[in-house]
Ligand binder design. Sequence first.
Ligand SMILES: Cc1ncc(COP(=O)(O)O)c(C=O)c1O
Length: 417
Amino acid sequence: MSTTWTSRYAQRTKSIKSSAIRELLKVTQRPEVISFAGGLPAPDVFPTERFREACCKVLETNGKSALQYGATEGYEPLREMIARHTSRYGVQANPENVLITSGSQQALDLIGKLLINPGDSVLVEAPTYLGALQAFNVYGAEYLSVPSDEDGIRTDMLEKPLRSGPKFMYVLPNFQNPGGTTLSEGRRQELVLLADRFGIPIVEDDPYGQLRYEGEHLTPLVVLDRENLRRDNGYSIGNVIYLSTFSKTLAPGLRLGWIVAPPDVIAKLVQLKQGGDLHTSTFTQIVAYEVARDNFLDEHIKVIRNVYRERRDAMLEALQEFFPPDVEWTHPKGGLFLWITLPKGMDCQKLFETALKENVAFVPGGSFYANNGEEGKRHMRLNFSYVPPGQIREGIRRLSVAVKRQLVELHPLSFVK
Ligand SMILES: Cc1ncc(COP(=O)(O)O)c(C=O)c1O
C-alpha cells in the first residue's frame, strides 16, 4: 500500500506557503526581462579572484581542519574577527557573544525555535522582511504589525501593542527590506526605552548597515540598549539580539551570517543549531576568514558602496523622469531596495502581469505584510543593486508604461504624463 504523505505532515506545515518571491523569481529569469524583483547583490562585485586564492591557501595549509567537522559556535578566528569588526561599529562584543549561522536566514529560524510557542505574538513592522515571517510562521507565530514611515517603525504607535505582551519585536533599523527606510536616531532611543519599560526584547536584523551611500552611520539598537540602560559588558542582561551576514558584503552563496547575543542565549542557540545542521560549513568559514582578513573586507565594502550608490541614483533619476507625479517612492540612504506607493485604487498584483508583458519585474507589496496583504496592494519593492545602471533607466521606462496603463484604466478620462 502506498503512503499518503500529505496526511502525515505535521501540524506546523499547515501555515507554510512557499515564498511569493521565490515563485516570482522563476518567471523573471527570462533573459529579456529586466528584473528589479530579487534582492540579489551585483555578481560583478563578487571578489572571485580573492576567493580563488583563499581556497587554494586554505587547502594547502589547513586542508585537514577545513574539511573536518567543527565547533557549533563557529570557527574561532572568524568569531574573533566578527567580534572585533562589530565592536568598531559600536556593538561591543566578545567571541563568546557570537554564533556563526548558515546565513541570517538560519539565525531567524533559530530565534523562532528559541522564542516562539504556537500562538505567541511577534511585533513586526508593516511592511517587514518576508523571510522572517516565513521563518516565524513555522513556529505558529501570530503578529502585531506596527506601521513604518520614512523614519522607520512608528514608535508613537508602539505602546498599545507592547502592552499586550508580544514575545519580542523584530526590527530592521537600516535601509529596511522592503521599504529602504532607516530608523531615525530619535526613534532608536524611544524604541530601546520602550522595550526596556515593557520588558520586551528586540531582535535587530542588520544585513545592510554597512552599505550606506550617504549620511552618517546611526547607532545600532544593541549599543543604545547598553549605553542607555548601563547593561554590563558580558551582555548578561542585554535586551537586544543582533543579526548580520556576509551575504551582501562578500557573497550570498557563502551562506554565512552571525548572531550577537548574551552568552547564555548563545549557549541555548548552540543546542538548537546542533539539531539543525551541527555547524556551519567549516571550509566556508575558514575561506571567508582568509578572504576578509588584512582589511580586505573594509576595502571591498567601499567598492560595493560606490557601485550601488550609482545604481540607486540611476533608479531615482529614472523614476523622476518617467513616473507620473502622483506616484511616491522612498529615498534610501543605503541597502538594496526602494519602495513605491501608487495612487489609491491601484493593484500591484495585476500590475505585475502587465509589467511582465513589458519585460520588467518587481515584487508586489502584499507579501511583506504580516496580517493583511491588502495593505500592500498599492506598493511595490524595487531592487537597484542587481541590474547594471545602463539597464535601470530602460527598466523603469518599461515599468512606467505599465503603471500609466493601469492609471488610465482606473481613471479613463485622466491625462497621464
Ligand atoms: C532583512 C533580511 N534579513 C535576513 C536576510 C537573509 O540573509 P542571508 O543571506 O544572510 O540568509 C535577508 C536577505 O535578503 C534580509 O533582507
